[in-house]
Design a protein around this ligand. Structure first.
Ligand code: MN
Length: 291
């Protein structure tokens, strides 16, 4: 009889590449400590990895088998520390620093948006001129939220205080303090509202080294209902993919994260979309010469 082995529980269901041999590392972080509205982002990494096992390795757009060249290695999940978001951010920073030092392209899968700060701090220590491309429905520029300066609603304020520039795309929701901060710090924060995605202009706003953070709620809720605050009027799949391809070609994307997927038991399409988005980011960054 034929024995059927289960596909490995890794990105692409592929475990051919050890950490040593890998070029791309997937870092799952099922952390959910400061979410305001609906819960469920701690299930994000598991759902993305599960869906990724169904993503076709061959990429039609690039005409290549992506995992063969990208050499993807999936790391162990970082255990969530729910009592301290600062400790969580610190752990992510430490892991990211190691991956940067080993010259890996890190793609972190969340979890809630506050985790991005740990990776951003690590990249910023290495790339002083770094800018951030943030896809999101929310500016996340609050100074504090729910008595914390490290809440997911403050993550880009903390980032904007240290990196060269944050470029936000897909924004449909802000409070007055965020709008004021953005208007008073036009050099640090550039905002593109709603589904206005002028790729050339966005690209020109970025410095040469770019960290990409994608909150899935930047996408329209018609294709991304699986998130805590599904704001209407977001990006289409094509708009997002076109932008990422353009930026990957014209700039150097040094690392990335995809956060805030909150899986729905009744609908697997958003999980698959997110896995495919991760695949596209891997393809665009690892096959730059084909773009
Ligand atoms: Mn958001």
């Amino acid at each position: 009889m034929t024995i059927h082995y289960r596909v490995p529980y890794t990105f692409y269901g592929d475990n051919r590449f050890s950490y040593q041999r890998s070029r791309v590392v997937i870092l799952p972080v099922p952390y959910e400590g400061s979410v305001s509205y609906q819960h469920g982002t701690s299930g994000g990494p598991h759902a993305i990895l599960t869906a990724s096992r169904q993503v076709e390795w061959y990429d039609i757009e690039l005409g290549r088998e992506v995992p063969d060249t990208a050499k993807v290695h999936t790391l162990a999940e970082i255990e969530p520390m729910t009592d301290s978001v600062r400790d969580m951010i610190e752990s992510i920073r430490t892991v990211t620093e190691k991956n940067i030092q080993k010259k890996k392209f890190q793609l972190m899968l969340g979890g809630e948006h506050s985790i991005s700060l740990g990776a951003i701090q690590a990249y910023q220590a290495k790339y002083r001129d770094m800018s951030i491309l943030q896809i999101d429905a929310h500016s996340d520029l609050r100074d504090t939220w729910e008595n914390s300066a490290y809440n997911h609603a403050c993550v880009m304020r903390r980032a904007a205080e240290s990196v060269k520039r944050v470029v936000q795309v897909g924004i449909r929701s802000q409070d007055s303090t965020e709008a004021l901060y953005a208007s008073e710090h036009k050099d640090q924060v550039r905002i593109f509202y709603g589904d206005d995605v002028p790729v050339q202009k966005i690209s020109e706003s970025l410095s040469s080294h770019v960290y990409v953070t994608i909150d899935v709620d930047g996408l329209d809720p018609s294709i991304m209902p699986a998130t805590g605050t599904p704001e209407p009027g977001g990006l289409s799949w094509k708009q997002l993919i076109t932008l990422l391809r353009f930026v990957a070609k014209s700039h150097t994307i040094i690392g990335a994260d995809i956060v805030e997927l909150s899986p729905l038991s009744s609908n697997a399409a958003p999980d698959f979309l997110t896995a495919k988005l991760a695949h596209k980011l891997i393809a665009y960054t690892q096959f730059k010469r084909l773009l």
